[in-house]
Design a protein around this ligand. Structure first.
Ligand SMILES: CC(C)(COP(=O)(O)OP(=O)(O)OC[C@H]1O[C@@H](n2cnc3c(N)ncnc32)[C@H](O)[C@@H]1OP(=O)(O)O)[C@@H](O)C(=O)NCCC(=O)NCCS
Length: 137
């Protein structure tokens, strides 16, 4: 049975999942600093194994950004991602109490757009906001 826990994962757990979904790993110390700055962090566990994750970053008031939604391949297509998104959107609604116009962003990976559409997300273009951009590395 999958359990959902509102907590910051260890760097090792986070790196395990990013690696399992093909995004590689980052330095543990960097990950620890970043994760501890999250506004909300939700981990999915099967026993003591973390199998899914998601978090919200932002200023809590005007801008929120949903980040790191991921489920390891063996547990995909079993609604774990859906449950993580539902918990994240419940938290977004709590932040909306202060500012109902809070703007919630996410950067969908290629091919994952339709997953996010199920939760009400549309592209910036569809919202007449122009394209999203990212600083070139
Ligand atoms: C995308 C991801 C989080 C979805 O999680 P999941 O637990 O497999 O998804 P669910 O079982 O909750 O699926 C819910 C619905 O979304 C659909 N869906 C799942 N992944 C999808 C995808 N990549 N593209 C389009 N639709 C998708 C499912 O078919 C399902 O549809 P249904 O409700 O009509 O049956 C997961 O596949 C994943 O971690 N992928 C790799 C990492 C990644 O790309 N994350 C997104 C970063 S922006």
């Amino acid at each position: 049975m999958v359990e959902y826990k509102e907590k910051i994962p260890t760097s090792e757990e986070y790196n395990y999942i990013t690696n399992a979904v093909g995004w590689g790993t980052r330095d543990n110390k960097i990950v620890e600093i970043a994760l501890n700055k999250s506004l909300y962090s939700i981990c999915a566990y099967d026993g003591d194994k973390m199998i899914g994750y998601g978090r919200i970053i932002g200023d809590k008031t005007i801008f929120l950004y949903i980040q790191d939604i991921m489920v390891i391949p063996e547990y995909q297509s079993q609604k774990v991602g859906t449950n993580i998104m539902k918990m994240i959107l419940k938290k977004v609604n709590e932040f909306k109490e202060l500012n109902p116009s809070i703007r919630t962003y996410l950067g969908a990976s290629k091919g994952v757009e339709d997953f996010y559409r199920k939760f009400g997300f549309i592209t910036r273009e569809e919202a007449n906001l122009g394209e999203g951009m990212i600083l070139k590395m």
